[in-house]
Design a protein around this ligand. Structure first.
Ligand code: FES
Length: 168
């Protein structure tokens, strides 16, 4: 039997759609005359697709004549860039010291249990990506999670799971 990716309990896996590069072509046209614009191009590309698809990186390389190796170097150096497709929703659970002593570990375990993924992973249906962060600067209202950039404070495991369950 072939091993398969973990299945989310909240949805079935879907095939990744092919990348529509026409929008990226328009972006590259805007940057055509600008030297040293690789980072803004990558940022705009990620804004378009949510990550940096392989086909997009190849197109950028062809149009800008920047070697693929350099683009990969930049894309992997900066934490803001993602080379794999991410979920429609992003849940960041803080497991810094203050949050940890107030139950962040239990919150994280509850999420992993219901989603079937580990931190750094995305559900097979691309509904959600899960990340762990270490201190969001909101220790006074810990334990904290960011759900699509919205701060959720003083979360119990049950409350966190309920908020995540309704994400589409
Ligand atoms: S440790 Fe979580 S907000 Fe500071």
């Amino acid at each position: 039997m072939t091993p398969s990716a973990p299945q989310s309990r909240l949805g079935k896996g879907l095939a990744e759609p092919s990348t529509d590069l026409s929008r990226l072509s328009r972006v590259l046209e805007q940057f055509k005359e600008e030297k040293g614009s690789l980072i803004p191009i990558l940022q705009r590309t990620q804004d378009l697709y949510g990550y940096l698809p392989r086909e997009a990186i190849h197109l950028i390389s062809r149009q800008t004549r920047i070697p693929l190796s350099r683009i990969h170097g930049v894309a992997t150096f900066y934490a803001q860039f993602h080379l794999t497709r991410r979920g429609r929703n992003l849940v960041r659970v803080c497991d810094g010291t203050a949050c940890h002593v107030r139950g962040a570990g239990r919150n994280l375990e509850a999420l992993q249990e219901i989603l079937g993924i580990a931190p750094g992973e995305t559900t097979p249906d691309y509904r959600l990506s899960l990340e762990v962060v270490y201190c969001l600067g909101s220790c006074g209202i810990s334990p904290v999670a960011l759900i699509n950039n919205k701060v959720c404070a003083r979360l119990s495991a049950e409350a966190l799971v309920e908020r995540v369950k309704v994400l589409e």
